[in-house]
Design a protein around this ligand. Structure first.
Ligand SMILES: Cc1cc2nc3c(=O)[nH]c(=O)nc-3n(C[C@H](O)[C@H](O)[C@H](O)COP(=O)(O)OP(=O)(O)OC[C@H]3O[C@@H](n4cnc5c(N)ncnc54)[C@H](O)[C@@H]3O)c2cc1C
Length: 498
């Protein structure tokens, strides 16, 4: 990391919030999308979905359409709806606490074919960037806790992968946050300084505010500063599949291509709930909604609380001028003027194919389209959206020296883009806990496009709550807790994040 210095160390959402003036520019997660005006929702799209690079890589894996038993069980202890990283980790913790209990995991389509199987493959704990936004929304203590929790979550994910030798292309290294103009660099510095001022831990963050040094270290011509700290990239489907295989070995019943349509009170006294599916009913005592973006389709009280929003990811095969010894060696958050962000995952421990996700400036157009066509809010069939891809092209052409130096041949360059549905939380942080007025129904959802840095602690935290443990035992920030007050508060009319 060259001459980048270490910042002086110390130690330390959005309820329809009013943001500090400067924070609006770095609200990268919300940047692409203004708050949805429709209380839109929907079930997972059946047919015509795009295939992410991750899903393309596993077409012969039998877990994709696995059914542990031919028929659905008529009665179990717990039904988990959703087989993404949340549902898989909830099942894992459940099996650890109650090995004798019968659990079934329902998945509407192929195993892990929601956001987890379609994301940009980045587990990047926020270590300063959204601090001011969270502080404004939730106060200093909670904002510090959110960032601390992201660090703990990243460590838990890495420990699990390394401890279980999971083959999922794990990379651990310095991720860079790189402001692209002076205004963004100034705001970023203000945020970072505020975080330091309140005791935020930054001894693991290397910072340069010198544009020449930042451009050299980051290899981005217009870099005005560079913040570097440890993070990871990985193949998210393979990680989730490894967890689920272990669950199945320990007695879990996975049922793919099974849509949970509703959850109703059981007519009998023996069990509390009945999960109605397109293949029959399952009676149970406990239901876990691990349905993220789709949560409100089953639980209508979550309309307007968790909003499904299509997001894009571009797959790019670097040209020869950026391959081999010249391949990208770090992951990035490129902080764009006006608050956009490219997240870059260069897969440097795998095939070097580069993923561009994040809040691309073109995302706004896609979101405006969805506002006009809310019925497509769960459509992950979007692919090759030029309005999004053109911004990535412009960025690499302008900022990566020599990217276009040679003729781009077949098999190089921009391959395609796919879509996935993020679960935007109305206040910017996830919902973890029991559904109000529905004892025995639990939720861990609304990960706001950032679940890889949250779910490895949020899902086990939920199971602790299911086991009767206190909120503090979860170690999660208080503001993640699902409470009736939080839902009511969100529904109050007030200024909202952009
Ligand atoms: C394009 C894109 C890029 C992203 N990039 C990143 C990133 O780089 N880093 C990061 O931290 N986060 C990223 N995210 C967000 C991250 O992927 C999510 O926060 C996380 O995967 C959510 O996991 P989950 O298990 O809660 O939800 P999901 O993975 O969506 O799982 C929910 C599952 O429930 C199933 N389901 C829903 N309803 C039903 C029903 N009624 N019956 C049966 N099954 C049902 C769905 O089919 C789905 O498989 C990205 C998301 C997208 C879309």
């Amino acid at each position: 990391m060259g001459d980048i210095s270490y910042a002086s160390p110390n130690l330390g959402t959005v309820t329809g919030i009013t943001l500090p003036d400067t924070a609006t520019v770095l609200n990268v997660e919300e940047y692409g999308s203004s708050p949805p005006t429709h209380e839109r929702t929907g079930f997972p799209k059946q047919g015509g979905q795009s295939l992410s690079y991750w899903l393309q890589q596993v077409r012969c894996d039998p877990l994709l359409d696995h059914r542990t038993t031919e028929e659905l069980p008529e009665e179990v202890d717990t039904v988990i709806i959703g087989s993404g990283i949340t549902g898989s980790l909830v099942a894992k913790s459940h099996l650890q606490i109650w090995p004798e209990k019968r659990i079934v995991i329902l998945e509407a389509r192929e195993f892990c074919s929601g956001a987890t199987g379609r994301n940009a493959g980045h587990c990047k704990p926020d270590q300063w960037r959204h601090f001011v936004k969270f502080e404004k929304a939730f106060g200093t203590e909670q904002a510090l806790k959110i960032l601390q929790n992201e660090q703990v979550t990243w460590q838990a994910l890495v420990e699990y992968i390394q401890g279980n030798r999971v083959d999922c292309d794990l990379w651990i290294g310095d991720t860079f946050d790189v402001p692209l103009d002076h205004e963004v660099a100034k705001i970023a510095k203000e945020m970072f300084d505020r975080y330091v001022e309140v005791g935020g831990k930054v001894d693991h963050i290397k910072v340069t505010q010198d544009p020449v040094e930042a451009a050299k270290v980051s290899r981005i011509k217009s870099a005005k500063a560079c913040y570097a700290w440890p993070a990871s990239t990985l193949q998210p489907w393979k990680l989730t599949a490894s967890i689920m295989r272990d669950n199945i070995n320990h007695g879990a019943n996975l049922q793919t291509f099974t849509v949970a349509q509703s959850v109703v009170e059981s007519p009998s006294n023996r069990q509390k709930w009945v999960v109605k599916t397109d293949r029959g009913d399952i009676a149970c005592d406990t239901v876990v909604h691990a349905t993220n973006a789709y949560s409100a389709a089953i639980e209508s009280s979550l309309k307007g609380i968790i909003a499904p929003t299509p997001h894009m990811c571009n797959k790019v095969i670097p040209p020869r001028s950026w391959s081999g010894s010249k391949a990208i060696q770090n992951s990035y958050g490129v902080l764009l003027p006006d608050g956009g962000l490219f997240s870059i995952n260069p897969r440097c421990t795998a095939d070097g194919v580069v993923m561009f996700g994040g809040s691309n400036p073109g995302q706004k157009k896609l979101d405006q389209y969805i506002e006009r066509h809310p019925e497509r809010c769960v459509d992950d069939g979007f692919a090759r959206v030029d309005d999004v891809t053109k911004h990535v092209r412009n960025f690499v052409d302008k900022e990566f020296e020599g990217w276009n130096a040679g003729e781009i041949g077949p098999g190089e360059g921009f391959d395609y883009s796919w879509s996935g549905i993020i679960g935007r939380s109305a206040d910017g942080v996830p919902f973890v806990g029991e559904l109000p007025d529905k004892p025995g129904q639990w939720i861990c959802a609304g990960h706001h496009g950032h679940g890889m840095a949250r779910i490895f602690t949020a899902a086990p935290g939920l199971v602790k709550l299911m086991n009767g443990e206190t909120w503090s035992a979860t170690g999660l920030p208080d503001v993640y807790k699902m409470t009736p007050e939080r839902l009511q508060n969100i529904k109050l009319p007030r200024p909202r994040i952009r």
